[in-house]
Design a protein around this ligand. Sequence first.
Ligand SMILES: Nc1ncnc2c1ncn2[C@@H]1O[C@H](COP(=O)(O)OP(=O)(O)OP(=O)(O)O)[C@@H](O)[C@H]1O
Ligand SMILES: [Mg+2]
Length: 444
Amino acid sequence: MFAMAALLVLSLLGYALDKELATVLRRQQIEQLDTKFRDIDYVIERLRGPEQWERIHAKLDALTPPDRSTQYWILSDDPQIRYGNALAEIVSFSQGARNVGELRIGDRPEPMLIRSAYFPASARHAALRFIVGIDSESYARTRRDFRSVLFASGTGGVLLFALIGYLITHWGLVPLKRLSREAHELSPSMLSQRLVVARLPAELSDLAQSFNGALDRLEAAYAQLETFNADVTHELRTPLTNLIGQTQVALSRERSATELVEVLQSNLEDLERLRAMINDMLFLARASLGERPQQLLRTSLAAEVEKAVEFLDFLTEEASVSVRVQGDAQAPIEISLFQRAVTNLLHNAIRHSPAGSEILVEVSAEERQARVSVSNPGPAIPPEHLGRLFDRFYRVDMARTNSGESHGLGLAIVKAVAAMHAGSVFAASRGGITTVGFSVAIGA
Ligand SMILES: Nc1ncnc2c1ncn2[C@@H]1O[C@H](COP(=O)(O)OP(=O)(O)OP(=O)(O)O)[C@@H](O)[C@H]1O
Ligand SMILES: [Mg+2]
């Protein structure tokens, strides 16, 4: 590419120089011709009698150099006036503007540049034409030489450009090659490795930085996945161990049919809890893969909250707490997802409220988001836990981890549902009141 660009530029330059040289040379030739012509023209104009022709011929003889690079001719019917070497050799004669033209003589390769003037017959002489010619061979040679120098230096220039271009590209690409080598060496076992940005030119350091940014995010996601895997294994193992233990105890001796039914029923409960937990994990996995709500329906959020409260009335009765719903907002939601989130929040509130207390559900509309917040009196959550409540398997009271009832997935699901509705989550615990909630986009 460098060589081609150089070829193009040098060709244009060479063409322009060649044209300019031709014009300059031509002008010089014509000036030379004019000077020579004027001397004789002057003499002929002032001719006094026929006896003077001899003197003119002698003068022309003297003016003609031995190499005949300048020649004079006088064409006339009068043999006394006629002058010029090799008159018979004239092959062609042409004349253009300013009386300048070309004249071709037998063996000469280049035509001569001529200037001529016609003098009509007068009392002093017969009609005649006076011609001065100069040899353009030396000019043609200058031009030929110039062209070959131009061609040689142009070719050299193009080759030099190609070489320099190659070296520049080669050196310029060294950092890129290093970068690509480093990128090749990256693997999941060395996730903390990054590309070295320090020694890179500005154009590449941007690229490397973005690439490192992508690696940061990948590493975080990878780490999260790994802990998630560990958590899942841990969470599944406990209930399975319980199930196996119970079954082994039941089988350790002869049991009556009623006893066996009891064991099976208790096992069934455990198995159902396991299934619920696996469903929750499946839901979270799909949500984190970017699953969207299937059909959004613009509806009253307070009405949906009321339905969820009604659905949980046996739980509220059991815990002897009451629920109050306040405010309303309209937003497009997928009803089953929304209900699931609200139910999870209510479950938590009911579980953590002391008997006889009131749970407050507030629905409010902001500029772009509708908020649902559930507040209940109860033990304060230390601030360091607040940010992590929505993580999978996170529980403030880790001692309850193996209770079998709480998996630490409820709020993670609330967060996923909020994200599916372009909303967010929030949690606060102040003055003995814990408030946890989420928002959904109101939409256009
Ligand atoms: N209203 C609340 N008051 C006090 N603590 C709460 C409240 N809501 C949530 N928490 C704390 O946040 C933790 C996470 O809640 P989350 O709903 O995700 O899990 P969980 O309730 O323990 O289990 P799951 O909902 O899966 O049965 C809970 O274990 C609890 O410690
Ligand atoms: Mg919960």
